[in-house]
Design a protein around this ligand. Structure first.
Ligand SMILES: [Zn+2]
Length: 211
């Protein structure tokens, strides 16, 4: 434990005798993720310790440091990294929520360190940060959904195909088909086919267009 105590002038609420000292310390603790337990190493955790009874107290500042250390230990984006990703693109929390269908309250909790995103959500966030094509794809879906792009309605089939290639997952292709249906712009072949078949057709069309 690294300690550089400084008096706070506050009496200990625990024993009522001693004075609380401010210090920062290193903490190691286990965190249960449900399917695994990770060991977390947190440095410079700001706490207050009674010089009489030894009681240690900490508040939101310590919780923030512990949470960031936990994110590093698990390999997840930290709250400040999520915030930076959003700021970098000039997105509001609401816009990020609309893009991804994560709730805006959830995004807010991630950024305040009140909630730890799971690995799949984290992967979506990292893809948004690192992959321009994925950003464009989600922004296009959102624009279609919001009906803000009527001008490009007529050229949608090639546009949609351009966002879809043989590497797109079936889920992604199915979502694309659903969006195109919402926009009254069906993949023309086989209107009565199940959505999975339409998605397969869309992927096929996209790969032909590219070859
Ligand atoms: Zn005390």
């Amino acid at each position: 434990m690294k300690e550089q105590p400084s008096p706070t002038g506050t009496r200990c609420p625990e024993c009522g005798q001693g004075q609380l000292l401010s210090l920062s310390r290193t903490e190691d603790f286990d965190f249960d993720l449900g399917d695994e337990t990770v060991n977390v190493h947190a440095e410079n955790v700001p706490v207050q310790k009674c010089d009489k009874c030894g009681e240690v107290m900490s508040g939101p500042a310590a919780a923030k440091v512990r949470h960031e250390a936990l994110c590093h230990a698990v390999g997840l984006l930290t709250p400040s990294e999520i915030r930076a990703l959003r700021d970098n693109f000039g997105w509001s929390q609401q816009y990020l929520a609309d893009l991804t269908d994560f709730g805006v309250a959830t995004v807010s909790r991630w950024e305040r360190g009140r909630l730890l995103q799971n690995r799949s959500a984290d992967k979506v966030l990292q893809a948004l940060r690192d992959c321009p094509a994925f950003r464009e794809y989600l922004e296009r879906l959102l624009a279609l959904k919001s009906g803000k792009e009527e001008a490009v309605e007529r050229e949608k089939p090639p546009q949609l195909a351009a966002y879809c290639d043989a590497t797109l997952s079936m889920e992604g292709a199915e979502q694309l088909v659903r969006m195109s249906e919402d926009a009254s712009c069906l993949v023309h072949a086989g209107e009565d086919l199940p959505i999975a078949d339409k998605a397969a057709l869309l992927r096929k069309a996209a790969s032909l267009q590219r070859s």
